[in-house]
Write a protein that binds this ligand. Structure first.
Ligand code: TYC
Length: 102
């Protein structure tokens, strides 16, 4: 809405409240071939996890088939997925990374 200035002749406008952006989960999928150490490196490098957290997430994916790497806005999530898929392909690993709306 508009707020009128009071004495100065200046008209100020307050920002209308905009919607919060939807968040997206970035997921890693298990497979039988990608080395555990490679997945840990992916979680450290692309998702800013420490070694302990990265290992915990990797083992969760290994045991349950899928796991959450992080929660991001659409563009950031999409960039993470592309980076991980490109990195895995470069190293000839079948690792799959995907995203879904939270
Ligand atoms: N299952 C793989 C192995 O035994 C390890 C692995 C974990 C692969 C997580 C992918 O997203 C993954 N080497």
């Amino acid at each position: 809405g508009d707020d009128e200035g009071t004495n100065t002749g200046v008209i100020s406008k307050t920002k209308p409240k905009t919607k919060k952006p939807s968040l997206y989960k970035v997921l890693l999928l298990n497979d039988d071939y990608t080395p555990m150490e490679f997945v840990v490196l992916v979680l450290e490098h692309f998702f800013n996890k420490g070694r302990e957290d990265a290992t915990r997430i990797m083992l969760h994916v290994h045991q349950h088939g899928v796991g959450i790497c992080g929660l991001y806005t659409y563009e950031v999530a999409e960039t993470k997925v592309t980076q991980v898929m490109d990195f895995a392909r470069q190293h000839q690993h079948p690792l799959q990374c995907t995203m879904e709306r939270e």
